[in-house]
Design a protein around this ligand. Sequence first.
Ligand code: UD1
Length: 351
Amino acid sequence: MSNKSLATSAEKLCILVTGGAGFIGSHTCVELLAKGEDEARLKFYCANILDRAALESIFAENDIDAIIHFAGFKAVGESVAKPLEYYWNNIAGTLVLCDVSRAHGVKNIVFSSSATVYGEPEFIPITEDCPKHDATNPYGQTKSMLEQILTDLYVGDNEWNVVLLRYFNPIGAHESGMIGEDPKGIPNNLVPYVAQVAVGKLPYLNVYGDDYPTPDGTGIRDYIHVVDLARGHVAALDWMAGHVGTGEPIGLGSIKGEASPDETRRGVGIFNLGTGKGSSVLDVVHAFEKACGHEIPYEIKPRRAGDIAVNYAACDKAHSEMGWKAEYDLDRMCEDSWRWQSNNPDGYRSA
Ligand code: UD1
C-alpha cells in the first residue's frame, strides 16, 4: 500500500502519539492541540506498542496520517541492569509499531532520539554531521539502533518519511503548572533532583564532579524547555509535509494545505533540538535558586561514570530547514519547573 500524503490529506490530520502521557509526549499533545483547528480532539488509548492486536485496532479505528513515537524506556542506569527489557521494549516495540503502521499505509514517523547517539562528541557545538559513537549503555544503544532501523526502512522503501529528532537535555514544564516531569523513585537527572531538593523532599544535591575543564569545573549541558522541544515536533510534521520555507505559519493547519503530493518530503531528516547554549550544573542550581527564592544545598561528589564534560548543540539546521528555534532561557525553564514541582510535590500522585 502506498504512503499517506500529509500534504493532500482531505480529512483532519490525525497523529498517533505513542508515549503521549510521558513528559515530552504530554507537552507535545498540548502543542498539537493548540495548533490544530477548532475541533481538534484527543483520544487516549492505554496500550503497549508490543501488543500488535491493540495497535491493529487503533489503526483500524482511526485514519492515522503520521506517528510521533515517544514510547520507550529511558533510564540509563536501569538499562545497564535490564538490557533485555530495554532492547525488547524499545526495539521490538518499534518494529511492531512500524509493521502495523506500514500495513495501514502510514509511513510517516517522527522519532524521539537523543544527543546520546553522539557518544563522546568529536566536536562542540555538535552538528548533525558529527559522527555517531557507541553509547555506553543499552538505553543509548536503542536510540542509535532505532535511528539505523528507521533509516533502513526508508532505504528499502522510499515512501517512508522519517524524522529523527536528537534531543539535548529537556527540562521545565508547561506554564500552567499542571503537567511536568514525574520521575519514578529518586530522580537520576539533574533538574528533577534539584526540584525535589528545592521542595524539601531530598536534603541536598550531589554535584558530580567539579574538576571538569569548564569555567566552574562542573559539567556543561544544553538544557531545553520541554515546550520548545514539543514545538519542534510540530515543526517536524510541517517539514515532512514540505511546507516550511513557504512563508506560511508553522503548524498543523499548513500540513493540511494545498501542496501537491510531490512537494511532500520523502527521506530521512535529522535534527538536533537544543538551544545551542551550554549551562553548567552550578548555573542550573543558581537559576533554580532564583526561581524558588531560597538556597539549594549541594555537595561536591566524584564524577559520575559515563559523563562527559561539555555537550551542547548547533541548532542551525532545525532553524533553517524547519523554521524552528528554542525561545525560552534557563531562568524560564527553572521557573516553570518550580511551578510544577511546588504545585505537585508528589507529581501526579498528589493531583
Ligand atoms: C542523561 C543521559 C542521557 C539521556 C538524558 C535524558 C547519562 C550519562 N546520560 O543525560 O543518555 O538521554 O539523561 O534526559 O546518564 N548531575 C549532577 N547531579 C545529579 C544529576 C546530574 O551533578 O544528581 C550532573 C551530571 O553530571 C551532568 C548534568 O548534571 O553534568 C546533567 O545530568 P543529567 O540531567 O543526568 O543529564 P545527562 O547526563 O546529560
